[in-house]
Write a new protein. Sequence first.
Length: 257
Amino acid sequence: MRAMKARGEKISMLYVTTPDEAAAADAAGIHMLSIESRFFSPEMREAAGRCFVQVGLPFGPYGGLATAEDYLRAAFRFTALGGDCFYCAASLDIQKALCDNHMPVVAHVGLIPSCITWTGWRAVGKTATEARAVWDHVKRLEAIGCFGAELEVVPDRLGALISKNTPMIMLGMGAGPGADAQYLFAEDVLGCTDGHRPRHAKTYRNFAAEYARLQAERVSAFREFRADVDAAAYPEPRHNVAMDDAEFAAFTQGLNP
């Protein structure tokens, strides 16, 4: 990833949730995957193949106050399963503890979902003051040793300037073409839902229509099964296990007192 950044090559990145999506990404030559820890498994790592895998350590994942030790324990466990780097949007001291233990940490700047109380769901960095806050956040992450950061929904000019002036890999999601990586959710790329899609999302297929068609086919198949049962049309002789007449007669005779 660092060599690609140094050469000015763009990194393609997808958020995936299933082995089928991971395998498709590998077959398509996608460079990097984001997989939440709840979806990450040996099966997912195998399906991801040659992709560089970021495992997401969710914010506050332990049902209460999460400590640096909690995050470290999780990161070491997922390292053993084949994780290549780890997303962490926790506090700087927790991120630093991971970095100090040689974990490649991907942080988060700009629009940070776990911090929307302070920003709301909007672009961050459109004013000089906010842009400086994003810049300063990046520099703090550099100082503690982060490998990269997700750069979410910031102005394209800011995204390009930051990406050019940091050694970290900047994973752009709605951050313009100057980010080191272009990062989208597989569900948006595939059009899996009919709901809201963010402005930066681009849809290449209409899986929602296909899912709707398949669901209608499920309902039809189940309805036909019910009708067969009601009409005694199922099971047919070909579905049954045959028993020799003589054996059945011997069985029933044996039931007589």
